[in-house]
Design a binder for this molecule. Structure first.
Ligand code: NI
Length: 140
């Protein structure tokens, strides 16, 4: 059920407002200033929630590695079995003759999810990687 919208006014430097309006324009015709402000506030609240210990979060960890690196696939596989309760799904893409991309979807307490991601990112042979955390936003 949608809640009533409350109005408030915001003061900001002209230059910042001009840049904000450019951002609003880039987000397309379906978005206006109010909608973009709401999006940014929700984004900040989700980010804050993901940084709060004890919260249940979802994470997507994207990594790129060379599958010829010694024992790397076995190690990555083994970590994922160790944390099978927190790893929801894994997507594997063969990028070329050597490189693999994996998107690993994690769920759990934020510190645990970050710990599992760091263990994977810290495995020798993982070339690049990035964890993105989010929540359902139900506390927001
Ligand atoms: Ni592959």
């Amino acid at each position: 059920m949608p809640q009533d919208l409350m109005r408030f006014s915001v003061a900001m430097p002209e230059e910042l407002l001009m840049r904000f309006d450019e951002l609003v324009a880039r987000r397309g015709l379906a978005k206006n200033r109010s909608e973009v402000v709401r999006d940014l506030v929700r984004e900040a609240l989700v980010e804050d929630e993901c940084a709060t210990p004890g919260r249940i979060v979802m994470g997507t960890l994207t990594i790129v590695y060379d599958h010829h690196a010694a024992d790397l696939q076995d190690k990555l596989h083994s970590i994922q079995h160790d944390f099978f309760e927190n790893i929801v799904s894994t997507l594997h893409v063969h990028l070329d003759a050597h490189s693999c991309l994996e998107v690993i979807v994690l769920k759990g307490e934020t510190g645990l999810v970050q710990g599992v991601a760091n263990k994977i990112l810290g495995t020798k042979g993982v070339k690049t990687g990035r964890l993105v955390l989010t929540t359902t936003g139900e506390h927001i």
